[in-house]
Design a binder for this molecule. Structure first.
Ligand code: DGL
Length: 270
């Protein structure tokens, strides 16, 4: 399917997402482990995953994971919540590199907040899979888990409207039920949601927000430390791949990362 680019970056952490939202995770990884080389793959030809079936998302995810495996990465992080919810088991069966998804770290962090009421927000596919709810219940049966699909957040963020009143109104529309609960925990179960975290926090001052990007980063660091696989010297490089034209890539990437990406870091192939 892909015309694989065989670059030189080895010993890297591979991160993939349906598109660019997963750069929220790349940003956290970079902050926590600046010496690590990162290969990021954004499946911009197939985004969004959030409205697709398990079969389709699993096939796309497997193609990408095989690509990352061919680049000899030491760890694969499934940044995409939808792919983590729908495809992680398939990936773990077919790929020999260690793979972490965002669901378990997010669920564990939510349990640690000790709130009895836990809300999960995500794409339609993530919510329909009940992956977070099942994982939370596995960890603690006593919790009360409610899920809300928030399909409008991704397009609003991608349009650069994170701070626009239309996004604030959408937050109100989707999350009024959460507000009624008062103290509770809310899992931001989608790559894009950290971008509107401040606005969500403003609307829900009593909720503890769990950011899955931060949680998977902690887990990844612990795993690499335990296996003695962390790079000890040097400054990590980033290689970025997208499966469709990188035309609108730079602008959105800057919005998420807060820094410009050099064009040479982007490889385009399909
Ligand atoms: N990356 C997806 C997720 O975290 C959001 C965008 C999409 O629907 O593909 O669920």
């Amino acid at each position: 399917m892909y015309n694989l680019y065989m670059g030189k970056t080895q010993n890297s952490i591979g991160i993939f997402d349906s598109g660019l939202g997963g750069l929220t995770i790349l940003k956290e990884i970079r902050k926590a482990m600046p010496r690590e080389n990162i290969i990021y793959f954004g499946d911009s030809a197939h985004v969004p995953y959030g409205s697709k079936s398990k079969e389709t998302v699993s096939q796309f995810s497997l193609d990408i994971a095989k690509f990352l495996e061919s680049k000899k990465v030491k760890l694969i992080l499934v940044a995409c919540n939808t792919a983590s919810a729908l495809a992680l088991n398939t990936l773990q069966r077919h790929i020999s590199v260690p793979i972490l998804g965002v669901i378990t770290p997010g669920a564990k962090a939510a349990i640690k907040t000790k709130n009895k009421n836990i809300f999960v927000i995500g794409t339609r596919a993530t919510i329909k899979s009940e992956a977070y709810a099942k994982e939370i219940k596995k960890l603690n049966k006593q919790t009360n888990v409610k899920q809300i699909a928030c399909p409008l957040f991704v397009p609003l963020i991608e349009e650069g409207l994170a701070d626009d009143k239309i996004t604030k109104l959408t937050i109100e529309k989707y999350l009024s039920e959460v507000k009624k609960f008062g103290p509770c925990t809310l899992i931001l179960g989608c790559t894009h949601y950290p971008v509107i975290k401040k606005n969500i926090a403003k609307f829900l001052p009593k909720a503890v927000l769990v950011d899955s990007a931060k949680e998977i980063t902690k887990e990844a660091k612990l795993l690499l430390e335990k296996e003695n696989l962390l790079n000890k010297t040097g400054k990590g490089k980033i290689e970025l791949f997208v499966s469709d034209s990188p035309k609108n890539f730079a602008e959105l990437a800057k919005r998420i990362l807060g820094f410009n990406l050099k064009a040479k870091e982007i490889r385009f192939y399909i």
